[in-house]
Design a protein around this ligand. Sequence first.
Ligand code: NAD
Length: 276
Amino acid sequence: MQESIERAARDLLNSRHAILSGAGISTESGIPDFRGPSGIWTRDPAAESRAYRSYERFTTDPKRWWEENLGRPSSLGDLANAMPNAGHYALAELEELGILKCLITQNVDGLHEKAGSWNVVEYHGSLFKLRCMACTARFGAHEFDLEELGRSGKLPPRCPHCGGVLQTDGVSFGEPIPLDVAGRSMAEARRCDVMLICGTSAVVYPFADLPRVARGRRAGGAGVLSVTIVEINAEPTRLTHEGLADYLIQGKTGEVLPQLVERVKQGRRAPGLPDR
Ligand code: NAD
């Protein structure tokens, strides 16, 4: 593992536009993933089909959806009191160092921002925000007294800008990715020269297309840079098996990322890490 951490530190130090994407990083903050070995769906496969029905039920009858779901505890646990772990803090530091230019997360728990990351694209939205179905404006969920709207029969909440129906910003299974987020993520994938993929099974689409976009966009291009795709995951994934990742650092993000950042800082202080 040490060798591949050295290699990733070199790749990051030589990069011009490194970006990161991921999901599993929050398990070490006590928030379960869905598809990891102890994931919610791994343990309870029926929960997956229930999740897929939720968006259809919302679009059919948003009022009823809100009435049924308001106050229901999240399957992800107590997100409001969850705290970032060493992996989140390491990534915030990598951004502070000017190396990581953008972080595209699948997580909906807000922990990257809590850790101090600021250029964060929430690919699957945030459970702390509401989004207008009509104009896509986002609002903090705390800006609305949802309990009172429920008591007075005024659900679903309405967009203060256009009057459209508000839904939770967390993207449901089967729901299209909001266009602004999808467009920004594609642009980042097209311009990056290093992509770190932390804790992603690479089976959730269209997110799983991002490494393919990063890799494929340069095929046949003249005089263009290559991209290095580095996976950090507790286990090999589809990206590993298909050879899409250049290499895998197998381990927990909360352990690997702080070591990687430490090595990057050492390389900064004493340039001239040996080439591959
Ligand atoms: P996923 O399919 O990408 O699987 C998670 C991956 O992370 C697995 O490959 C697992 O081996 C790996 N992993 C887990 N913990 C790790 C660790 N500490 N270090 C390294 N690798 C680790 O994602 P998913 O969990 O199946 O979730 C699917 C979608 O559901 C996500 O895209 C997200 O939108 C939502 N979700 C969000 C949260 C959250 O916000 N914290 C949690 C679960 C699910």
